[in-house]
Design a protein around this ligand. Structure first.
Ligand SMILES: Nc1ncnc2c1ncn2[C@@H]1O[C@H](COP(=O)(O)OP(=O)(O)OP(=O)(O)O)[C@@H](O)[C@H]1O
Ligand SMILES: [Mg+2]
Length: 278
């Protein structure tokens, strides 16, 4: 009886069959019950973990949104309460309001991107292209920022083509995020970023190496989590959201490829990801 009940629960009553109850010993029943219990326990743990993750996520979102929202509220109130007529602050406060609103928009855009990626509905538009050319485009886009941060960006063998099969626009996002990080978390002086490509049988490995502030070993496994920022990163003047690498990882995994990071504080950081050769 016990065995039958367990079986029917396990098969969700959809595929009941006749059993040869004569062969079943109490030992068997006990083992089945224990296995079943262990399995359910695992499931409960997993659900609990998901619930924790969900709570953290909501907590993180509200925390991220609060700062720019309170700023907007502060500036707008000051303007309403007379600031609007004060030429020494009215324009400046409106400008600051604009900056905060832009940040809010960026956060919401990144979040909806992550939500879309996590729902697994991302359809990749894979094409054949030269990753070298794309990298040059991205570096050009970030030239101003590199100049401001006084970081020298170089591409190894910039004229050699490396053809890959991937979603060009999504990979542009990946490169932009990683190279942008290398500029943000660079040294105050003498910053260098180097982008290299390696031919690996079926794949091309892309590596972005910097000589920046580095990432502590304890932080390394966590930098791809949403909203995760290292304490070293927080100490810099950068207002990161901690979403860039989460998006990057999702995109690379949607391509069924891998991304990894290695870093030494005081030396620098290397992010590497693979793409399928075309
Ligand atoms: N090249 C790097 N050198 C040192 N630390 C880095 C580097 N890249 C990332 N990090 C650390 O990892 C954290 C997560 O990076 P991620 O790109 O996800 O977020 P972010 O740069 O803070 O914000 P954003 O969402 O705007 O990209 C950063 O806050 C920083 O602490
Ligand atoms: Mg970033």
């Amino acid at each position: 009886m016990i065995y039958k009940v367990i079986y029917s629960v396990k098969t969700q009553k959809t595929e009941r069959q006749k059993f040869n109850t004569g062969r079943i010993s109490l030992d068997n029943v006990e083992k089945e019950v224990a296995d079943w219990g262990a399995e359910k326990q695992k499931e409960i743990e997993r659900l609990k973990q998901l619930e924790e993750y969900r709570k953290d996520f909501i907590g993180n979102i509200s925390h991220e949104l609060k700062t720019p929202l309170f700023n907007v509220q502060g500036y707008v109130s000051t303007l309403i309460e007379g600031g609007l007529d004060d030429p020494s602050i009215n324009k400046e406060y409106l400008r600051r309001t604009e900056v905060s609103v832009e940040r809010l928009i960026k956060i919401v855009e990144d979040l909806s991107e992550i939500a879309q990626l996590e729902s697994g509905h991302l359809t990749l538009n894979k094409v054949r292209f030269d990753i070298m050319v794309l990298t040059r485009e991205v570096v050009e886009m970030l030239e101003m920022k590199a100049h401001d941060k006084e970081v020298q960006v170089t591409i190894n063998q910039p004229d050699k083509p490396f053809l890959v099969h991937a979603d060009r626009e999504k990979i542009r996002q990946v490169l932009t995020n990683i190279i942008d990080n290398s500029l943000r978390y660079s040294l105050e002086q003498g910053g260098r970023t180097k982008i290299s490509f390696f031919d690996m049988d079926e794949n091309i490995l892309v590596e972005v190496t910097d000589n920046g502030i580095g990432i502590d070993q304890d932080d390394l496994p966590r930098v791809f989590e949403r909203f995760y920022r290292t304490s070293r990163g927080r100490e810099t003047s950068n207002k990161g959201k901690g979403l860039g690498l989460a998006i990057v990882k999702h995109i690379i995994e949607a391509h069924r490829q891998t991304i990894n990071v290695r870093s030494t504080v005081g030396v620098g950081t290397t992010f590497g990801f693979t793409l399928k050769k075309a």
